[in-house]
Design a protein around this ligand. Structure first.
Ligand SMILES: C[S@@+](CC[C@H](N)C(=O)[O-])C[C@H]1O[C@@H](n2cnc3c(N)ncnc32)[C@H](O)[C@@H]1O
Length: 390
């Protein structure tokens, strides 16, 4: 039996995927045991996602098992008192910036006000976006008033890392990254006001929270967008890898979903990004599993895609298959930068080999409206998630 999903709550099936994992994968996953219930729920949700999406236990990588067992539990809300890590990486949303510049969903003037909600610290992705969009755009990074994950001194000043490796106390650490086209506002996604917004991006934020948080955030954002303005929300990894996101447009006071889009590297994921959600009910995680399930149930597509991905992983010397056929992890001695380059290369290679087109043709054969979007991702038609303006 495969995984079940009731009201977007993920539960693993009766023939547990977990028992079919390699001994090493189970050993790594056991790192989450005995921590917090949220860490175990995270693993359960991940495994249920794989079962629902048609991923086989032999294709669950040791990289995924190690991340879920050792690293992912850290930001589970009850493990860190709600302290969401402020991490933002350079180049992370490069393809989403391209999307904003070229999207057909915006017909208004091409420039405008772009807001990066939950921009992180240092705000590397907002800096990238300001550069990518150019001087005609005003980019505004928004993050919490006081970041619980950044240490402060007795005078309430943040300890900010300096280029020379030292630490400088600052009351407003984001302000020093401002440029004529980039500014920062301390605020909450539920009540921030920066004037009328053309495009809002909320990436790698909502997956940390429950659906009540998301509903309130979207309702507030609907009241802040210009008519025809866009809200992009979802999750991605390094260099926009494993991206999956919803695109909403404000139409007659309502946020209407125009597109759900995903990178071609989500179809048999190597990392945890596609199913890393800290609560049940994340709509992007659920929709991705549904679309991947359609693709993986098509035997011709699945065999071709899996063979191509196996070849690419072998070339990249990443997650090599063990003699028992199960996928491995990251070779010892690989540093984080090297790993990130290799992970980003997976999607590039699959795209060059034509798998975006193959996925679109397969989805259409199965009755879905699908297209290649302007970020080079697969776009599919909307789901009913209309949120009314307050
Ligand atoms: C994992 S970081 C993501 C940073 C960046 N968006 C990215 O994609 O790399 C999540 C950020 O969301 C911020 N955040 C959490 N709750 C928030 C809220 N209610 N309003 C605004 N930002 C929030 C956190 O402070 C943190 O910096």
């Amino acid at each position: 039996m495969t995984a079940t999903r009731t009201n977007e709550t993920w539960r693993t099936g009766e023939a547990p995927f977990r028992d079919r994992l390699s001994g090493e994968a189970r050993r790594l996953l056991a790192g989450a045991d005995g921590d917090h219930p949220g860490a175990l729920a995270l693993t359960d949700r991940a495994i249920a996602w794989c079962e629902h999406a048609g991923i086989e236990a032999r294709d669950f990588t040791l990289l995924q098992a190690g991340t879920l067992g050792q690293r992912a539990p850290d930001p589970v809300p009850e493990a860190c008192s709600g302290m969401i890590p402020p991490v933002a990486r350079q180049g992370q949303h490069r393809r989403i910036d391209e999307y904003v510049l070229q999207t057909p969903w915006r017909t208004a003037s091409r420039a405008g006000v772009f807001v990066d909600l939950g921009c992180g610290f240092p705000p590397l992705a907002s800096i990238d976006t300001a550069e990518a969009l150019g001087a005609h755009w005003q980019v505004i990074g928004v993050d919490l008033e006081r970041h619980p994950a950044l240490p402060t001194d007795a005078d309430d000043q943040y300890a900010c890392p300096e280029g020379d490796g030292g630490i400088r106390p600052e009351r407003s650490p984001l302000a020093r990254f401002a440029t004529p086209s980039l500014r920062f506002v301390r605020g909450d996604v539920h009540d921030v006001r920066v004037g009328a917004i053309d495009v809002a991006r909320c990436f790698n934020v909502l997956a940390y929270f429950d659906q009540e948080f998301r509903t309130r955030a979207l309702a507030h954002l609907a009241s802040q967008l210009k008519p025809g303005g866009l809200l992009l929300c979802g999750t991605d990894g390094t260099d926009t890898s494993a991206a999956h996101y919803s695109v909403y447009r404000l139409e007659r006071g309502t946020l209407v979903q125009k597109e759900f889009a995903f990178g071609i590297d989500n179809i048999r994921p190597v990392t945890v990004v596609p199913f890393l959600s800290f609560h049940d009910g994340n709509p992007e995680m659920a929709r991705l599993a549904d679309v991947v399930a359609v693709l993986r149930a098509d035997e011709t597509f699945r065999r071709g895609y899996d063979a191509a991905l196996d070849r690419i992983l072998e070339d990249l010397r990443l997650c090599a298959r063990a003699p028992d056929g199960t996928l491995g992890g990251v070779p010892p001695g690989t540093d984080d930068d090297d790993l990130e380059c290799r992970l980003a290369a997976i999607e590039a290679r699959l795209s060059v080999e034509g798998w975006v087109g193959e996925a679109i043709a397969t989805l259409r054969r199965h009755g879905l409206d699908a297209w290649a979007n302007c970020a080079g991702h697969v776009g599919v038609g909307p789901h009913a998630h209309d949120i009314r303006r307050h």
